[in-house]
Write a protein that binds this ligand. Structure first.
Ligand code: FAD
Ligand code: UDP
Length: 374
């Protein structure tokens, strides 16, 4: 018997395993159905020797100093500021939309004040900004919305932006200056030897045992611990008793080319053409020097692993039912992107796991946490 069973070896599960093992000196069994640790942040050297991310580009950025301090125990960092271009009307233009995007798209030479006036004349008044369409049309107007957001979002989510919560497109700002960085967080750096190396150091503790290729569903009848931390899909834990929560999946197509570089920046988005949403070239992210280059194409799909909870009101209502069921359990903690059905970035999941550890350490039970979070 172990003190704890943790389902999922991604950020949520690995942070808690490390904290419980090193700070509480308790034993932990970490179980994952995949054949590796790291969850969706897993990276590896492909057949050509290029460091790639199996589940698409993972760029670390945060404003949370506590998260950086914590992870820095397990990795050194390499500065990297992410830049993305979108192929629109035959040109490669900066996204987030900025001054250069508008000038180049429309053949203008506006300054920042000119762009502000340009947007003011195009933006639509929306009294109550609820959807992902509302966010964009009320900021940049319909033409930029259609060119940069509508097609990409329909492809990525299988839904029109008007059917998605505002939080989805609100992730992407609009700028009237020439800043072409994707993120503006204070800390933008990548783990110097990659994510998997960082996870290996986190989980390298005598109190932690890792069981890969093991699904919770197969193991749940033979509990190996009294307390459980569950970071898989919350609806799956409850046997989908209220119905399946919708998730969006992706099919990743990896490719190595016999050239040193394939594209000018790490990611190119395709909002108007192609069946894939974006192509990532990893060497921009990792700083690796290599005569070949490796890329990933992302094809959105309803079938496959659950990568994205789908933010819309009706799904949130269904999730609430599972949360209520979770609050009846005093020995199971649910967290992570799938366990809390939230569109979270890596740093937010680390923050959530550290906060959960604080509660565990304070002697809290999950139900207290659930009601406090309501
Ligand atoms: P996961 O990493 O999904 O880990 C959960 C683990 O649980 C998985 O390994 C899974 O195999 C395992 N599991 C699930 N069910 C079971 C079961 N029944 N039995 C056993 N094991 C199970 N975030 C950023 O900050 N920056 C980015 O650039 C970024 N890019 C992303 C790009 C893509 C394509 C995707 C999909 C996500 C991206 N993210 C990014 C988000 C990031 O992946 C997540 O925030 C983070 O990985 C979530 O960690 P987690 O531990 O909650 O979940
Ligand atoms: N988005 C878009 N066009 C773009 C980039 C983003 O329409 O060129 C929308 C799309 O709905 C996407 C969301 O904004 O799902 C969030 O983008 P982000 O790059 O944060 O997505 P992630 O990296 O999480 O897949």
């Amino acid at each position: 018997m172990f003190d704890w069973l943790i389902v999922g070896a991604g950020f949520a599960g690995s942070v808690l395993a490390e904290r419980i093992a090193s700070q509480r000196k308790e034993t932990v069994l970490v179980m994952d159905k995949r054949d590796h640790i790291g969850g969706n942040a897993y990276d590896y050297h492909d057949a050509a020797g290029v460091l790639v991310h199996r589940y698409g580009p993972h760029i670390f950025h945060t404003n949370a100093a506590s998260v950086v301090d914590y992870l820095s125990q397990f990795t050194r960092w390499r500065p990297y500021e992410h830049r993305v271009l979108a192929q629109v009307d035959g040109q490669l233009l900066p996204i987030p939309i900025n001054l250069d995007t508008v000038n180049r798209l429309y053949g203008l030479s506006l300054d920042s004040a000119g762009m502000e006036a340009f947007l003011e004349s195009r933006r639509e008044h929306v009294a109550d900004i609820r959807t992902s369409e509302d966010v964009v049309v009320s900021t940049v107007g319909r033409d930029l919305y259609e060119k940069f957001f509508q097609g990409y979002t329909r492809k990525q989510w299988g839904l029109d932006p008007s059917q998605l919560s505002r939080i989805v497109t609100a992730r992407i700002p609009t700028r009237t200056n020439r800043d072409d960085r994707y993120f503006t967080d204070r800390f933008q750096q990548m783990p110097a030897e990659g994510y998997s190396a960082m996870f290996a150091r986190m989980l390298d503790h005598p109190n932690i045992r890792i069981e890969l290729n093991t699904t919770w569903n197969a193991a749940r009848d033979r509990p190996k611990a009294r307390r459980i931390i569950y970071t898989g899909p919350i609806d799956e834990y409850f046997g989908h008793r209220y119905g399946a929560l919708p998730y969006r999946s992706l099919r990743f197509v990896h490719e190595t080319r016999d050239v040193e570089w394939a594209q000018p920046v790490a990611v190119i988005n395709y909002p108007q053409t192609e069946d894939y949403t974006r192509i990532t070239e990893y060497k921009h992210l990792t700083g690796q020097t290599h005569p070949k280059t490796s890329l990933t194409y992302e094809y959105p799909s309803d079938e496959g692993d659950p990568y994205y909870p789908i933010p819309r009101a009706e799904n949130q209502l269904l999730y609430r039912m599972y949360r209520t069921a979770a609050s009846q359990l005093d020995d199971v903690w649910f967290l992570g992107r799938l366990g809390s059905y939230q569109y979270l970035n890596m740093d937010q999941v680390v923050g959530q796991a550290l906060a959960t550890f604080t509660r565990i350490n304070a002697g809290s039970v999950p139900s207290a946490f659930e009601s406090a979070a309501e």
